[in-house]
Design a binder for this molecule. Structure first.
Ligand code: FPP
Length: 242
């Protein structure tokens, strides 16, 4: 049965921490970079599945502000995987229009290599009118950094006299984080066996459901996502009410 008819409710926004690539590769006697390559293929398949299901938004943690500490070869492979994906989006513009992907990058894009920052801006511009599924790719991203960035934007408005400090509400603050025009994630998925958020969607996750699993990201499939949907369907979300 198709997932959209199997579940009574699907999440509107999903956050995904793509963890376990290195261990997946190690188990096979491969370099860690092979795990990231397979992980990028899974990323593509899961974005396609989300579009097929009409999921409004999906946010992937692709590169954190801390990931620069990894060996240069690994960082370079990840940057090359981003380049490949952006070039592929350009080549396959028609197909992507069919998917209806609006692609966004969240994080400090100015800290990325200049060619990637330019490709990211171009990808966002070209896909901006799409409405089916927003795909957020978090690169050079940190949840606390995102909150500080929002605070800086508001502080500038206060400094210029456009805003009074007492007018800063939760709603206004939420509009200034990177995903300000989207609903908060209903569920955050972390494969790879760790049970923590690792600075991902710190503001947005206040009421999110969490789904942890030992499955490694390169082994994550559409059927795994169906398991998440089945669990989500069973959970009763009260947002602090009764
Ligand atoms: C964490 O696993 C994963 C990352 C730091 C990189 C995730 C990025 C991708 C899968 C590429 C996505 C590609 C595009 C085009 C968006 P880990 O290496 O820390 O795993 P480990 O805990 O097993 O070592």
């Amino acid at each position: 049965m198709a997932a959209e008819t199997k579940f009574s409710v699907l999440p509107r926004h999903i956050g995904i921490i793509m963890d376990g690539n290195g261990r997946w590769a190690k188990k096979r006697g491969l370099p860690r970079t092979a795990g990231h390559k397979k992980g990028a293929d899974v990323f593509r398949d899961i974005t396609t599945y989300c579009s097929e299901l009409g999921i409004e938004a999906v946010t992937f943690y692709a590169f954190s502000t801390e990931n620069w500490r990894r060996p240069p070869e690994e960082v370079n492979t990840l940057m090359d995987l981003f380049r490949e994906y952006f070039e592929e989006l350009e080549r396959r513009e028609r197909e992507n229009e069919k998917m209806g992907f609006r692609i966004r990058f969240i994080g400090d894009i100015s800290g990325l290599p200049a060619d990637i920052a330019a490709l990211a801006a171009e990808t966002e511009r070209r896909s901006n009118s799409e409405t089916r599924t927003t795909v957020n790719i978090a690169v050079n991203y940190g949840g606390r950094q995102e909150i500080v960035h929002a605070a800086q934007l508001l502080a500038q408005q206060v400094q210029s006299g456009a805003l009074a400090p007492e007018d800063i509400t939760e709603d206004l603050f939420a509009k200034h984080i990177y995903t300000g025009d989207l609903p908060d994630p209903d569920v955050i998925i972390r494969p790879g066996g760790e049970m923590r958020l690792s600075n991902f969607m710190t503001w947005q996750s206040a009421y999110s459901e969490f789904w942890f699993s030992d499955v490694l990201w390169p082994d994550f499939t559409r059927a795994t996502l169906d398991e998440v949907f089945a669990d989500f369907d069973k959970r009763n979300r009260r947002f602090g009410g009764v």
